[in-house]
Design a protein around this ligand. Structure first.
Ligand SMILES: *Cc1c(COP(=O)(O)O)cnc(C)c1O
Length: 402
């Protein structure tokens, strides 16, 4: 075993890290399921799971074993060779998604880059010289140049001009706005949306998931690709394996990441129907995409989600959490929204300070997004008893605060 131990960090020691994150002054050294532990053994209930990443909880024994065994056997050979674990992972992902073709990447933004390339290729093949993609206000699609251009948040784009000119923005949930821009722009080739906006504040469309059905109809009418960003909503998070499965439609292009690796960096862009075959030999690639190790993790994560019936659990226990929050939060101006284990609590005022109060006073890890929304992304396999533990801490936190 390796014998490296880190010296404790001194508060006055200069850090060489680029200052891109506003970090909390706490670090965790160990995790187990829904709980995180600091060096001194203090236990925290994690209702954030690495931002919707560790859906099966921390240090899941089956996934830990798969990683350890594969790491000691073979990590990477490159896509110059057949990779049986990659083929098997694609088979699993096709099974749970209903999609046909899968390309493995290493992150969410990279998966969306793949989707944007597919849309451009689709347009180019039809003689559209500058293909355009409809995107939504308050959306989040990543931090690369194309995906930050697609993102509907000025703070993400600030200082990074020129943005790519692929995108036309409409209000989320507004079908008439889509019909209007369709009349103005003959070069539209695709729509890219999140079924539920995560970073934007756990926003569902006003008409709910039927928005997805309306968008599907418009995409069929105009011969556009329907592209869904399920990087956060995928892998059981909303109580279906993918959120679009709350409806009867299937998108042409689907992206996912976060929960797909339970903490191991992986992502995927998937196609079916008229999007199949657009990226052929030489048109796309990634050195790390679908490594032996990464692919085995994907396979094991999906297999474990299936065996534990974690998607069904997210629907039942997540529904219970939402019902209990609605019953127990006393302020009538509080609005609870979301599906499964993707829950937003809209408070009547800005509440960024709740993150520190929850952590220090209730030993609870939460996140606040869009200024006034408490965002909960607990493990999708959280038990009823853990949900009661979460509710006790959370209800006390919010009722005391308002
Ligand atoms: C997190 C997220 C991304 C970006 O994923 P990265 O892995 O950080 O690149 C894109 N879209 C959505 C909806 C996300 O939640």
């Amino acid at each position: 075993m390796n014998d490296i131990t880190l010296a404790p960090i001194q508060p006055d020691q200069p850090s060489h890290l680029m200052a891109t994150y506003g970090r909390q002054a706490i670090s965790f050294v160990r995790g187990r399921g829904a709980y995180l532990y600091t060096e001194d053994g203090t236990e925290y209930l994690d209702a954030l799971t690495g931002i919707a990443v560790c859906g099966l909880g921390h240090a899941h024994p089956v996934i830990a074993e798969a990683i350890a065994e594969q790491a000691a056997t073979l990590v990477h050979t490159s896509n110059l060779f057949e990779i049986p674990w990659q083929t098997a992972a694609a088979q699993k992902l096709a099974e749970v998604s209903g999609m046909e073709e899968i390309f493995f990447s290493n992150s969410g933004a990279e998966s969306n880059e793949g989707a944007i390339k597919i849309a451009r290729k689709f347009g180019t093949q039809q003689g559209v010289s500058s293909p355009k993609i409809i995107v939504a206000e308050q959306s989040f699609h990543g931090r690369t140049l194309a995906t930050l251009s697609a993102t509907g948040n000025k703070k993400v784009q600030d200082g990074f001009a020129p943005l790519t000119n692929d995108f036309i923005r409409v209000p989320f949930g507004d079908v008439e706005a889509i019909q209007e821009v369709a009349l103005q722009h003959p070069d539209i080739v695709a729509i890219l949306i999140e079924p539920i906006q995560g970073e934007g504040g756990i926003n569902t469309a006003p008409q709910g998931f039927s928005y997805l059905e309306e968008v599907r109809t418009l995409c069929n009418q105009h011969n556009w690709l329907m592209m869904l960003d399920e990087i956060q909503t995928g892998n059981g998070r909303t109580g279906k394996y993918f959120a679009y499965q709350h409806t009867n439609i299937v998108p042409d292009v689907l992206t996912t990441a976060k929960g797909l690796g339970n903490g191991f960096p992986v992502g995927a862009v998937m196609t079916q129907g008229k999007a199949v075959g657009l990226l052929g030999p030489g048109s796309h690639g990634s050195t790390y995409g679908g490594t032996v190790l990464g692919s085995r993790v994907v396979y094991t994560v999906i297999d474990t989600i299936q065996k534990e019936k974690a998607v069904e659990n997210a629907a039942v226990v997540g529904g219970y959490i939402v019902d209990q929050l609605r019953a127990q939060l006393t302020d009538k101006n509080v609005q609870v929204r979301g599906f499964g284990m993707m829950i937003g609590i809209q408070l009547p005022k800005d509440c960024a300070e709740l993150v520190a109060i929850a952590r220090d006073q209730h030993k609870l890890i939460i996140n606040v997004t869009a200024g006034s929304v408490v965002r909960l992304l607990p493990p999708i396999n959280m038990t009823q008893a853990q949900a009661d533990d979460l509710l006790e801490r959370l209800v006390a936190l919010i009722n005391n605060y308002l």
